[in-house]
Design a protein around this ligand. Structure first.
Ligand code: HPA
Length: 267
């Protein structure tokens, strides 16, 4: 399947990205601002899973951030949309096939750590994926990666150092912590967030741990940044909504875009 999809992309462009970027909920506008070489709609790629979430656009944008060649996923697909493991893995694997070696994952997340506040950025230094199935379940394709990938340093210490240094140089406050993924699409209950907190999670979301596993499996050097769009259930007494998530994301988007662009130039 990947072969056919890569052939389709190569018919449109020979551009070979070095860095792959996944943009989370409400963060997609970064892709509109890069020097673009090609735009490829997911819907036009043979057998490609298409995002069903309104705030996710659904296309690859290939181009330049500074002089770095990037491919951006403007909109990702999620477990809760009902995709199989292979479908969930495909968008990430295809960017690796295009030539990218670094994968930067971004997401909107709920703050579990009570020291966080809405609008904070969190460098992901580890994750808990135990509550979601892995995209790697099923027959392993050894030409893509090993059956039993090591997860010691999912989030690259080298890339993490660059992101930390960039944040300091740009005067952007950066938290750091553990991301826990739940299945969604319901936001969590108060009891689930108490559990997440007991387990050592700092932020909660519905996407990134699966993408990070897939990235490690196919040989990417991975890093991730969460945008805390809301405090998680029970930490805030307000009912949670997608509207709150996208509203916070659009408020802090300028700073977020600056952090991503400047870090990518140093990767
Ligand atoms: N929980 C899960 N996913 C999320 C949240 C949340 O509170 N906020 C943004 N994505």
């Amino acid at each position: 399947m990947l072969k056919k999809q890569l052939e389709y992309i190569r018919k449109i462009t020979s551009f070979e990205p070095e860095i792959a970027i996944v943009l989370g909920s409400g963060l997609g506008e970064l892709a509109d601002e890069i020097k673009s070489e090609a735009v490829i709609n997911y819907a036009d790629i043979p057998d490609f899973p298409v995002s069903t979430v309104a705030s996710h656009k659904g296309r690859y944008v290939l181009g330049y951030i500074g002089d770095r060649k990037v491919v951006i996923m403007q909109g990702r697909i999620h477990l809760y949309e009902g995709y199989s493991g292979e479908e969930l893995a495909t968008p990430i694997r295809l960017m690796r096939k295009m030539g990218a070696g670094v994968l930067l994952l971004t997401n909107a997340a709920g703050g579990v750590n009570k020291g966080f506040k809405v609008g904070d950025f969190m460098l992901i230094n580890d994750h808990i994926s135990s509550f979601v199935p892995s995209a790697l379940i099923g027959k392993n394709d050894d030409s893509i990666g090993t059956r039993f990938p090591d997860m010691t340093n999912v989030y690259s210490p080298r890339l993490n150092d660059i992101i930390r240094d960039t944040a300091v140089d740009e005067g952007i406050a950066l938290r750091e912590g553990v991301y826990i993924q739940f299945r969604g699409p319901c936001f969590e209950t108060k009891a689930e967030i108490r559990m997440a907190s007991l387990l050592g999670a700092d932020a909660v979301g519905m996407s990134t741990a699966i993408d990070a596993q897939t990235g490690v499996h196919c040989g990417f050097e991975v890093c991730g940044i969460s945008l805390i769009t809301n405090m998680a259930c029970g930490i805030s007494e307000n009912p949670l909504s997608d509207a709150e998530v996208t509203e916070t994301a659009s408020k802090v988007a300028p700073t977020f875009k600056r952090l991503v662009k400047e870090a990518v130039k140093r990767f």
